[in-house]
Design a protein around this ligand. Sequence first.
Ligand SMILES: NC(=O)c1ccc[n+]([C@@H]2O[C@H](COP(=O)([O-])OP(=O)(O)OC[C@H]3O[C@@H](n4cnc5c(N)ncnc54)[C@H](OP(=O)(O)O)[C@@H]3O)[C@@H](O)[C@H]2O)c1
Ligand SMILES: C[C@@H]1O[C@H](OP(=O)(O)OP(=O)(O)OC[C@H]2O[C@@H](n3cnc4c(=O)[nH]c(N)nc43)[C@H](O)[C@@H]2O)[C@@H](O)[C@H](O)[C@@H]1O
Length: 323
Amino acid sequence: MTNNESQITNYESRIYIAGHRGMVGSAVWRALEAKGYSNIIGKTSKELDLRNQQAVTDFINNEQPDIIIDAAARVGGILANNEYPYPFLMENLQIQNNLIDAAHKADVAKFIFLGSSCIYPKFAPQPLKEEYLLTDSLEPTNEWYAIAKIAGVKACEAIRKQFGKDFVSLMPTNLYGPNDNFDLKSSHVLPAMMRKFHEAKATNAPVELWGSGTPMREFLHVDDLAQGVIFAVENILPEHLYNVGTGTDVTIKELAETIQSIVGHKGEIVWDSTKPDGTPRKLMDSSKLRALGWSPKFSLNDGILDTYNWFNSHQSDYKKVVI
Ligand SMILES: NC(=O)c1ccc[n+]([C@@H]2O[C@H](COP(=O)([O-])OP(=O)(O)OC[C@H]3O[C@@H](n4cnc5c(N)ncnc54)[C@H](OP(=O)(O)O)[C@@H]3O)[C@@H](O)[C@H]2O)c1
Ligand SMILES: C[C@@H]1O[C@H](OP(=O)(O)OP(=O)(O)OC[C@H]2O[C@@H](n3cnc4c(=O)[nH]c(N)nc43)[C@H](O)[C@@H]2O)[C@@H](O)[C@H](O)[C@@H]1O
């Protein structure tokens, strides 16, 4: 559906990216700018706390964006999700509810909500299809976050169903790339491995990784997701929910070996079995979005190389503590 009839935006459309400094928000900003969009707006969490309903309502009413991309969220890896269930549930509900409701009341033409593959049941058949949502129970380490994200998907679906508005949800698989979080307590696996191997390579000291190494994950470079978001900006998608992934997954052990070799670490890998494995597998079926015209470009190897180049040229940024 890339024909002109479905095109509702132009390069002057006013686009608000919530969370524009994060990994996803900054990638979407770069991609929109590169395509010639000239009216993009963003606010840091210090300038606008999205948990504050009145502040969000005032901001949306004043700015009158044509499109909102919701890339703002409390985000983290398996341990952060497990250790901070309340903010992962409540802050995400607050942020998305405030944005979605303000957008609806201000008649914003398009709203793109970003969720995550953890919305699907822990033991759902693979690959995960959109219709598997709410068919079984969730993975316990991230059910708090998943329930918030499911509520966001349902809020957008409800607005779409009742008012016929172009509110759509994109569910990316595990992401990585420039501006990722490399804090070892709160990060996801890929940036954590990159930092651990990098810091150990001078002496080839052993690197400790979590769990058994047997779970499987699918990894999408954030610039490929950004192209998916632009696709949703430029087209009216016919359904309310789309998976966004590569269609290929690897074991955590295979990922470790790939990153170890790219970084150049030659020491031992030790698996800490006291840390959780999480979902055994969550490969997405992204054929619905692919059939409309989006497809990813990065191989995992090239994506890791690109991210390691970014990491090497941002040595002061990667050490910030996130939670
Ligand atoms: N990372 C992944 O592997 C992954 C996978 C699937 C889906 N996603 C989804 O993609 C979206 C973005 O994730 P990300 O990885 O880009 O996360 P991120 O790098 O941590 O960025 C999140 C952004 O949210 C903003 N934010 C958080 N709390 C806020 C608040 N109270 N008020 C205003 N802004 C707030 C932060 O703004 P400041 O920087 O200004 O503080 C930050 O820039 C999320 O919805 C996430 O669920 C991510
Ligand atoms: C995309 C996000 O994925 C998150 O799940 P999830 O893939 O398990 O989150 P990750 O933190 O990426 O962990 C993926 C797998 O990598 C293992 N792992 C091995 N070593 C490490 C390490 O040093 N750090 C980390 N973080 N993991 C490590 C971890 O035990 C788990 O089996 C969800 O909690 C979120 O809600 C969200 O959906």
